[in-house]
Design a protein around this ligand. Structure first.
Ligand code: FES
Length: 136
């Protein structure tokens, strides 16, 4: 199976590339299958909505294309909705991926989950810090 036009388009003109300076959620994962690395940055507002999202990847074309599409799918979504995004949905959005490239989309899904874990960890810390201030 060859790459779909949408994969090629997203590889050649990826969206949301780079670091988000005011990100409050960052996730980084590496693929044991190929050694590629992916990093996701999100800016999540007080309502739990992903206002902005970007990625950086030292990876293959399929990893770049899946991250690009995944960031587009998640912009404006809530943390809860983002938790449910699967690599299969991203593959479907791209019109398919060759079987040897499925792990690249898994990397994108894992980087998203890692960023959401980071957000939830920081968010809980923030809440308890508020309580401490109130007690003082
Ligand atoms: Fe490693 Fe695609 S070959 S992420």
């Amino acid at each position: 199976m060859l790459y779909t036009d949408k994969v090629i388009e997203n590889f050649q003109n990826p969206k949301n590339v780079g670091e988000l300076e005011d990100a409050n959620a960052v996730g980084e994962v590496g693929s044991p299958a190929c050694g590629d690395i992916m990093k996701m940055f999100m800016k999540i507002n007080d309502d739990g909505v992903i206002e902005d999202i970007s990625f950086k990847t030292y990876g293959c074309g399929a990893a770049i294309a899946t991250s690009s599409v995944a960031t587009e799918m998640l912009k404006g979504k809530t943390v809860e909705e983002a938790r449910k995004l699967t690599n299969q949905q991203v593959i479907d959005e791209l019109g398919g991926l060759p079987p040897v490239k499925i792990h690249c989309s898994v990397l994108a899904e894992e980087a998203i989950q890692a960023a959401l874990d980071d957000y939830e960890k920081n968010h809980k810390k923030g809440e308890s810090a508020d309580i401490e201030i109130e007690v003082e």
